[in-house]
Design a protein around this ligand. Structure first.
Ligand SMILES: [Fe+2]
Length: 227
């Protein structure tokens, strides 16, 4: 499996191109920006981009969809239906975060309306990319329509903003819910297995076992008084 990471936007989001080494079939997970750089990599490595696969619709994960889709118009765009509203509200997202309109351009956060989605993820579906098999699991909490992509044979999960190295996704944005996020991590992510590598939406990679035993949100440290 080929995994290439591009750190995009002022939010240092980990955009990834994932590809099957045998068939060259590929997807781009969460193109936050930098479509030209991503496209250069895809073309230089003779990859065949079949889809733009979104974990959720926060601006730092979808800001580059429009430009990337213009370069690869055959690529499907897939997102869970519970994040559709946020996706189509991309131009307004920075304003909802409290960033003044006059500062958007300088911050690289001036967005046009994004292209129409091709379809929605279904919880539990298996999504094939050449010989890779991704299980799609709905993990709400950070965002209502957040999904993770788990390649269980290769022991890897692309977890977006649910679980980070030493932390978890924020839950103060619209549609966020702390209890729901903890439940998603506990019920959907941890059972994938301690040996699974977690490729996070921000920061370093980690493993489920490391987080299960040391992450203060998952050990007792921040859980006093919670059931
Ligand atoms: Fe996010």
């Amino acid at each position: 499996m080929i995994i290439e990471t591009f750190i995009t936007t002022i939010f240092q989001q980990n955009t990834r191109v994932l590809a099957c080494a045998e068939t060259r079939r590929a997807v781009c997970v969460d193109p936050g920006a930098s479509a030209d750089t991503i496209a250069e990599y895809i073309n230089a490595n003779k990859l065949d981009l079949q889809a733009i696969t979104l974990t959720h619709a926060h601006l730092d994960h979808i800001g580059g969809v429009s430009d990337l889709h213009k370069i690869f118009p055959q690529a499907e765009i897939i997102l869970h239906r519970d994040d559709e509203e946020m996706y189509y509200a991309l131009p307004e997202q920075p304003l909802l975060m409290g960033i003044p309109r006059g500062e958007l351009k300088a911050l690289g956060l001036e967005y046009a309306a994004p292209p129409t989605l091709t379809r929605n993820w279904q919880d539990g579906e298996t999504y094939a990319v050449g010989n890779l098999q991704f299980k799609i699991l709905h993990c709400p909490g950070h965002a209502p329509g957040h999904v993770i992509l788990a390649e269980e044979n290769l022991r890897k999960v692309f977890g977006g903003d649910c679980l980070f190295s030493g932390s978890i996704g924020r839950t103060d944005l619209p549609g966020g819910d702390y209890e729901q996020l903890i439940n998603s991590i506990t019920d959907k992510i941890l059972p994938l297995g301690d040996d699974v590598t977690v490729y996070t939406g921000h920061g370093e990679d980690t493993t489920i076992g490391h987080e299960r035993t040391t992450n203060p949100f998952l050990t007792s440290v921040y859980r006093v008084g919670r059931g």
